[in-house]
Design a protein around this ligand. Sequence first.
Ligand code: C2E
Ligand code: MG
Ligand code: MG
Ligand code: MG
Length: 279
Amino acid sequence: LSIGFILAMSFIMATVVWLLATRRHSLYTQLAHAIRQRQIHPHYQPLICAHSNVVSGAEILARWHHDELGFVPPDVFIPVAERTALIIDLTQSLLEQVVDDLQQGIVALKPGFNLNLNISYSHLADDGFEVFVDNWAPVFAALGVTLVFEITERENIDISEAMAHKITHIKTRGIKIALDDFGTGFSNLAFISNLRPDSIKIDRMFVRQISRDVATPLIDCVIDMAKRMNILTTAEGVEYDYQVAYLKANQIDCLQGYYFSKPLAFGDFAVFLRNYAVG
Ligand code: C2E
Ligand code: MG
Ligand code: MG
Ligand code: MG
């Protein structure tokens, strides 16, 4: 190896690292600005009860339309927010907007309607999390809405004693827990027994494997396991009628996906609720 080659390689590596760092930094700056300016809005994706066919709730999903970048997907900005404290500001801002939406009074939600909010593990681990829970629980209780925290494990982190304490705290404030993206990543069986969720969301990856004529024993087993543990099940990413039929035949509790609706801005969600025929 010549010195020249090594120098050239070092130069290229340094440039790549620098580019990545500035790119991340600029996305961070843009994100911080967008959160402050309330440019990231909650969208609502209906959750359908498989037994009664009524809309039993909605998942809140963050939507960012940037002036120049256009639509920035959550898979791009949520990881940036999670590496910094921005996820806390973002979640706070989304909840404030959700409350504004509900207080417009353009739609009356049935008592006990579930509003599912994605909570990042880094937020859960934050010292201020209990205060966050204490602040928001009474607000949603007064609106007659049941808050559900969707928790997903993106890193393999053990649930410590302090974390177990927080989970108990969430439950005593009347907030439910859903284990998100079940079956992918680190959402393992130990995580279920530590988190003691009220429901499990079966990841879209498994729902996609349902076909017209072949059984998907993995899904059947997850539903069966959940039932034995008194845990409800939701299927994510339901897009086709045969997936609905299969999941219902196998006793799923709740359905979510483009088959019913994409995530909607609140006005469109209110229209969806008014027009949704139970059938
Ligand atoms: P998730 O919590 O698993 O949310 C479900 C994702 O699947 C959403 O993607 C939703 O738009 C999409 N989806 C729903 N039904 C279908 C379907 O039938 N087909 C397909 N192909 N996709 C479907 P989205 O909104 O892009 O969000 C991606 C992820 O970003 C979420 O996955 C969640 O982990 C995270 N995320 C989104 N908003 C927030 C937020 O406010 N806070 C936190 N902490 N994470 C969020
Ligand atoms: Mg979710
Ligand atoms: Mg999910
Ligand atoms: Mg997912």
